[in-house]
Design a protein around this ligand. Structure first.
Ligand SMILES: [Cu+2]
Length: 161
């Protein structure tokens, strides 16, 4: 290999490295969705913890929430509570659509995140990464509250959809 060819090869290697660094990995693309009033109701590590929040979509296109994960949960599912015949049961939800400039409220008795095998403690802040259908993600901080935890005042003012 000539000196010129070696120099070209080295330059090509540097260029491809900088191209790799310039393109963010897919998981780093942040969704435009904002998360407020996020908290977990934690009882015991043997009992699933419910996650509550309000999602706001400021964009002109709908955003579709398809999943969530957290280092504080063995697994994290999208759930909805339903009441019928005097009993309450939970159903798994595949996706939740946030309309343009709309919101979705996760609150006790309705939509919630179901954190199985929770490992968290009262007063702690844990992170949850929300996954959307377009491949974008959004990480939010959830405060850990107890059985009598009440949502932060900001989300109590919001209207349920
Ligand atoms: Cu549930």
């Amino acid at each position: 290999m000539s000196r010129f060819a070696r120099r070209r090869a080295r330059l090509a290697a540097i260029l491809s490295l900088s191209a790799m660094l310039a393109v963010p990995p897919r998981f780093a693309v942040a969704a435009p969705v904002a998360v407020t009033g996020a908290w977990f109701r934690y009882l015991l590590s043997a009992i699933p913890a419910g996650g509550y929040m309000t999602l706001h979509n400021p964009g002109a296109t709908a955003m579709v929430l398809t999943g969530a994960r957290s280092p504080a949960c063995g697994s994290l599912l999208l759930h909805r509570s339903e009441t019928g015949g005097g009993t309450e049961r939970m159903v798994r939800v595949r996706q939740i659509t946030l309309p343009p400039r709309g919101q979705a409220v996760f609150a006790p008795g309705g939509y919630h995140l179901m954190c199985l095998s929770p490992h968290m403690h009262l007063g702690q802040t844990v992170t949850v990464t929300l996954r959307f259908a377009d491949g974008s993600r959004q990480t939010a901080r959830f405060t850990v509250r107890g059985a009598n935890g009440t949502p932060p005042a900001t989300s109590m003012k919001m209207k349920m959809q």
